[in-house]
Design a protein around this ligand. Structure first.
Ligand SMILES: [Zn+2]
Ligand SMILES: [Zn+2]
Length: 153
């Protein structure tokens, strides 16, 4: 595990008006290094670093971060809420094979058909197969129909 860049994380915590603590630094660092983890993932991984960590303090910490605008909560397929260290509006792609969640820029939505509605937040989630899994699935398909002419680079 990478050492915590204390100063940068400390500043971000202070700037968002939260009192810094070791647990907060640890969890914010984890969120920066992992793509959209769930509370269970955070708890399981960080228990190895900090055996006294409780599930309650993981939940409390991510709630505090979310209220302070440091992170956002993200509901995707499957159990558990995912925590996103990028608090800005952006779109997500979740792979149905490996479950990995990818960030991408939110395209411009035309909300003019929502006449009379006041749009506060825009969100876009897409599900499919990621490039890594596409390659693996292609490889499986090729090996299962292995009568193909052996092509070597
Ligand atoms: Zn995948
Ligand atoms: Zn994200």
């Amino acid at each position: 595990m990478k050492a915590i860049n204390d100063q940068d994380l400390l500043n971000r915590i202070k700037e968002s008006g939260i009192r810094p603590s070791y647990v907060r630094l640890l969890i914010l660092n984890y969120l920066e290094e992992h793509s959209h983890p769930t509370a269970d993932q955070i708890y399981t991984d960080l228990r190895e670093v900090m055996p006294t960590l409780s599930q309650a303090s993981v939940y409390n910490t991510v709630s505090t971060f979310q209220e302070a605008g440091l992170i956002q909560f993200l509901g995707m397929n499957g159990p558990g809420v995912h925590y996103d260290s990028n608090p800005r509006e952006h779109a997500h792609f979740q792979c149905r094979e490996c479950g990995e969640i990818y960030d991408f820029d939110l395209p411009d939505f035309d909300c003019t058909s929502l006449e009379g509605f006041y749009v506060q937040k825009k969100d876009l989630r897409i599900w499919g197969i990621c490039p890594k899994c596409s390659i693996l699935l292609d490889a499986q398909n090729i090996s299962s129909s292995s009568k193909l002419s052996s092509k070597k680079a």
